[in-house]
Write a new protein. Structure first.
Length: 449
């Protein structure tokens, strides 16, 4: 999109050899899509596990499920959703009129039940009442309100997101809400495609399903099914992803600097930001495009292969800020050289007994010595949070695999991809339809494209 950030740098000509400045563009949204949409579900309904989960899986999309601790939701069912890459988030302990005082305790209570990479990073306020904002922002990257119009704002956000991350609007769906039919949902998605913005939807239970305590404003599940089908057909324009993922992307995109230079036939890109808090590592991959006149390209980051495509004189790929140099080369898979590829952080294997057992000597000729690369360490607790699934745009994606080796095998047992987990999520392979085996660290997953 033309409204994307353009980050370019002109390097001096003092270095040895020829170095040319390159232009890097960061996509407004993942995959250079034009708009973003997040589906959120409140109150931890049984139907979220039994009906919403399979529906989202059918289309390859992920949602956010906001559970109420004291309503004792189907924890193993919601863990199953987390294991498929969905976000499990807070909707307080008690669902009182105002959740003030439960900001930190509901987060830790859910984290005690649900294993996911960063734990609980977003919250939806019960009864739409904003609690203590500073307590929210100390614990969450998003505090979600209800309809923006209720607070005198628009329901949809622009490309720069909300004016206040403790008041992120979402439009109510169902009987008491503004969005009832598939056309209502697709109308909002078309609107953010036009505006390069972000729309979030707030759904409780579904008409005629087992909703437990989520009996307010039931929504016709077929309306959402139709919305997801439309989104998949328009996936090049609309990015459907959980609240926390879109928030991470947006915050990183606004804070990141991308600098590229070319030398000796390779292009090197440095992608960095300095945002930091105690909630997220802000390592959601950003989508980049770099001017490129070759017909084939091999893109790596810190030596790990990235999925890429060439289109219209650009090479497109997703890379993780602060995760090491990105190198674009001519596509014949040259062995990484010590000058262009930084070794993985030595702390990676030391910090993770499970991954050290298969420590990556076959990744490249580097040694586990000095490195300026940011540590990419997987801690043992996070191993439980690895998820492997197909995306709507037909990639195999992994989440929660930072620092782990990833191999993809086809149904004949041939290894078709070898890389290493870099960020919160990572596209690792796309290819012919069929069943694939994905090895992440010492765990094995089966998935179908
Ligand atoms: Zn609620």
């Amino acid at each position: 999109m033309k409204k994307s950030i353009i980050a370019a740098t002109t390097l001096g000509m003092f270095a040895a050899g020829s170095i040319f400045a390159q232009t890097v563009e960061i996509g407004t949204w993942a995959g250079f899509r034009k708009g973003a949409a997040s589906f959120t579900f409140d109150d931890g309904a049984p139907s979220h596990v039994t009906d919403a989960g399979p529906m989202f899986k059918k289309y390859g999309y992920k949602a956010t499920f906001n559970v109420v601790v004291n309503w004792n939701p189907n924890w193993s069912g919601f863990q199953g959703l987390a294991d498929e890459g969905h976000e499990i988030a807070s909707h307080s302990n008690t669902h009182g009129n105002n959740m003030s005082g439960e900001e930190a305790s509901s987060k830790s209570a859910i984290e005690g039940k649900i294993k996911q990479k960063y734990g609980v990073i977003t919250v939806a306020y019960p009864n739409c009442n904003v609690p203590n904002e500073s307590a929210v922002l100390q614990n969450y990257i998003v505090g979600r309100i209800c309809n923006g119009s209720w607070k005198g704002m628009a329901d949809e956000m622009g490309k720069d997101g909300p004016s206040n991350w403790a008041q992120v609007p979402a439009t109510m769906t169902g009987a008491e809400g503004q969005l009832k039919s598939t056309n209502d949902f697709t109308g909002r998605m078309q609107k953010v495609i036009q505006s390069n913005g972000w729309a979030a939807f707030l759904t409780h239970g579904f008409q005629g399903k087992n909703n437990g305590n989520a009996n307010y404003s039931p929504t016709d599940i077929n309306a959402i099914d139709g919305a997801l089908k439309w989104a998949q057909q328009n996936d090049k324009d609309i990015w459907v992803a959980p609240m926390g993922h879109v928030a991470m992307y947006l915050k990183e995109r606004k804070a990141s600097k991308a600098e590229a230079s070319s030398s000796g036939g390779n292009i090197t890109v440095k992608l960095t930001h300095s945002i930091a808090d105690n909630i997220s590592k802000y390592d959601y991959p950003l989508s980049l495009k770099v001017k490129y006149d070759g017909s084939k390209a091999e893109v790596t980051q810190a030596g790990a292969k990235l999925e890429s495509k060439i289109d219209g004189g650009y090479v497109y790929f997703d890379a993780v800020p602060n995760a090491g140099d990105i190198v674009i080369s001519g596509g014949t898979t040259p062995p990484p050289s010590s000058s262009s590829v930084e070794p993985p952080a030595s702390s990676s294997s030391a910090a993770n007994p499970e991954s050290s057992s298969s420590s990556g000597h076959h990744w490249g000729p580097w040694t586990q010595s000095s490195s300026s690369t940011t540590a990419i360490a997987a801690d043992p607790a996070s191993l439980a949070a690895v998820a492997v699934y197909r995306t709507a745009d037909n990639y195999i994606e992994v989440s929660g695999a930072q620092g782990l080796e990833i191999s993809v095998f086809n149904s004949l047992g041939h290894k078709v991809r070898e890389t290493r987990g870099l960020g919160y999520v990572q596209k690792v392979f796309t290819g012919a339809k069929g069943m694939y085996i994905v090895k992440v660290g010492n765990r094995t997953f089966k998935t179908r494209l």
